[in-house]
Write a protein that binds this ligand. Structure first.
Ligand SMILES: Nc1ncnc2c1ncn2[C@@H]1O[C@H](COP(=O)(O)OP(=O)(O)O)[C@@H](O)[C@H]1O
Ligand SMILES: [Mg+2]
Length: 276
């Protein structure tokens, strides 16, 4: 069949429209609706509504004690077993309810990985730190494990430093190297979302830069939510910024908007360093 020029143009137009539709409807990685969290009845996360788009880096900033960590930990249900914890509202991960009764915590935490403030390698060899999750979730046959360990360590820039000591304890590594190992461990199970709670606050500036650069490389394949008290860090790496105060989300917007033209007076004060 011969395609006329007009027909070809119409087809191209249709194609462009479909593409626009796909962009407009890009999925929300995380959708938080009226989410409230309490410890022993005291509200620490107060009616949060927030949408985090797929493949973005979102920084959560705000004064100490305002509920950033508690909110972050709510996303992969890390608060569930803390005594006195209760919650209301919903959090969806790619359209699925995180708090549905039939959600398996192990598989939720594979999909939503976490890196903490203090590096917390497992008390096992460097190699096992990477391999254990891959094995537990049956993500690869045993015969591939060596290659996977190497690939993950290369990805975070640790391979050269540790290739000769894979069977040794990770606690001999520097703090920065331990944190990179934790990052590699989190990535080894192929999460869709990575939560990071002040991941560089115990690191020196060079290790901090290494972690920041890595995070930027992981998007848009990964969606990242990072709590940081370092506003310069948020500026360097975030697409969007959520400003929390006293458990509430005061303002959410693009990094540029939050830092250059905040709408709320509290945000303006915070980003200009008047309090915090
Ligand atoms: N396990 C817990 N039990 C009781 N209260 C807690 C617990 N964890 C945090 N909190 C309280 O919740 C509030 C928010 O804490 P957190 O989320 O750690 O704040 P941020 O990360 O912003 O510094 C604080 O008042 C803190 O004391
Ligand atoms: Mg915290």
């Amino acid at each position: 069949m011969e395609i006329t020029k007009d027909k070809a143009i119409t087809q191209l137009d249709n194609f462009a429209n479909v593409n626009q539709l796909l962009v407009a409807e890009s999925p929300k990685a995380i959708n938080v609706c009226d989410f409230t969290g309490r410890f022993h009845g005291r509200t620490v996360v107060d009616n949060i509504n927030l949408e985090i788009s797929d493949g973005s880096i979102t920084a959560i900033v705000g004064p100490s004690g305002c509920g950033k960590s508690t909110f972050l930990r709510s996303i992969n249900r890390m608060n569930d077993r803390i005594s006195g914890w209760s919650r209301q509202g919903s959090i969806e991960l790619y359209g699925e309810q995180v708090y549905a009764n039939d959600v398996e915590l192990l598989s939720l935490r594979r999909r939503v990985g976490m890196v903490f403030q203090r590096p917390n390698p497992f008390p096992m060899s460097i190699e096992e730190n990477i391999a254990c999750g891959v094995r537990a979730h049956r993500l690869a046959p045993r015969s591939h494990m060596k290659d996977i360990v190497r690939a993950r360590l290369e990805e975070v820039g640790l391979w050269k430093a540790v290739s000769g000591r894979l069977k040794e304890s990770p606690f001999q590594l520097s703090g920065g190297q331990q944190q990179l190992l934790c990052l590699a461990r989190a990535l080894a199970v192929q999460p869709e979302v990575l939560l990071l709670d002040e991941p560089t606050s115990s690191l020196d500036p060079i290790s901090t830069q290494a972690v920041e650069e890595l995070l930027k490389e992981f998007v848009p394949e990964l969606t990242i939510v990072i709590v940081t008290h370092n506003l310069a860090q948020a500026k360097r790496i975030a697409d969007n910024v959520a400003f929390f105060m006293n458990g509430s989300l005061v303002e959410f917007g693009s990094c540029e908007q939050i830092f250059d033209s905040p709408k709320e007076p509290e945000t303006a004060k915070y980003v200009s360093g008047i309090f915090g």
